[in-house]
Design a protein around this ligand. Structure first.
Ligand SMILES: Nc1ncnc2c1ncn2[C@@H]1O[C@H](COP(=O)(O)OP(=O)(O)OP(=O)(O)O)[C@@H](O)[C@H]1O
Ligand SMILES: [Mg+2]
Length: 257
């Protein structure tokens, strides 16, 4: 198998964010992107992040992914204090512990789907036979066996995003972070992608944390964390809500969009 977590072992998937702050300086002007955000997820599942444009959603995901440093606060992912890792540990954390997908699929245009998927393993010099087996198994899981030799420009947007997911899963991370993953997709492809994310959270016992503006997506989540102006605005238990109820609830706490 491709190192999938054994469902019978106790699960340590957990994200605990405390008082997280992040500032940017642009042209001498200070921007407080996050002003003390808390977030607690202690069981696997599909979770959402919503909030108006500029409320800090992408910043939060970037920090959790280890792509940028926080100015204040703590982030525990599993047992790892992400903000205390040195450069080398951070590189391994990014590669092995968290998967990340973005609105732009960020595939390398000159590589095939299969070559894109196995890139994390190439960086760790895994043997070619293992790369091939893992890569093909992941593509199969994403319904893309027939597309292994296609370059990104010969794939639909939905297919490209599923290749990006397969790459993000290469080392079977416990956590998948998704920043508006369907922002460039039509409704049918978006719906299919949300189903994939929901299924992964269930089957692989992962925490899937997705930033979205779509109520249809958020309504599939267990909980939705709403940000407003770099702060927590509320947590919505989304499971029992239909999309229109969820949209109304989110708008009520998120403030003017
Ligand atoms: N690299 C950066 N340099 C300077 N300012 C930044 C940077 N990244 C984000 N910001 C600012 O930080 C704030 C939060 O940005 P962020 O991208 O987290 O918002 P968001 O909630 O993801 O918005 P959107 O829904 O538009 O994607 C914004 O005011 C933004 O302009
Ligand atoms: Mg964003």
């Amino acid at each position: 198998m491709n190192g999938m977590a054994d469902p019978s072992t106790p699960n340590k998937q957990r994200i605990e964010v405390r008082d997280l702050a992040k500032r940017y300086e642009v042209g001498g002007r200070r921007i407080d992107a996050l002003r003390g955000v808390d977030l607690m997820i202690d069981q696997p599942g599909f979770y959402g992040v919503m909030g108006a444009s500029g409320s800090g959603k992408s910043t939060l995901l970037h920090l959790l992914a280890g792509l940028d440093n926080a100015d204040e606060g703590t982030m525990l992912v599993g047992e790892t204090a992400v903000n205390e890792l040195d450069e080398q540990a951070l590189t391994l954390y990014r590669r092995r512990r968290v998967g990340v997908i973005f609105q732009k699929f960020n595939l390398l245009p000159t590589l095939t789907a299969l070559e894109n998927v196995v890139l994390p393993g190439v960086l760790e010099k895994l043997p070619p036979s293992e790369l091939d087996a893992r890569g093909r198994s992941l593509l199969e899981d994403m319904g893309l066996s027939e597309r292994a030799d296609h370059r990104p420009d010969a794939l639909s947007g939905g297919e490209q995003q599923r290749v990006a997911i397969a790459r993000a899963l290469f080392f079977s991370p416990g956590i998948l972070l998704a920043d508006e993953p369907t922002g460039n997709l039509d409704m049918v492809s978006s719906d299919r992608l949300w189903s994939v994310l929901e299924r992964l959270a269930g089957e692989r016992k992962m925490i899937v944390l997705m930033v979205t503006h779509e109520a249809e997506a958020a309504a599939r989540c267990r909980q939705v964390f709403v940000l407003r102006d770099g702060r927590n605005a509320g947590v919505i238990d989304a499971q029992e809500l239909d999309p229109s109820e969820l949209a109304a609830r989110a708008a009520a706490v998120a403030g003017p969009v």
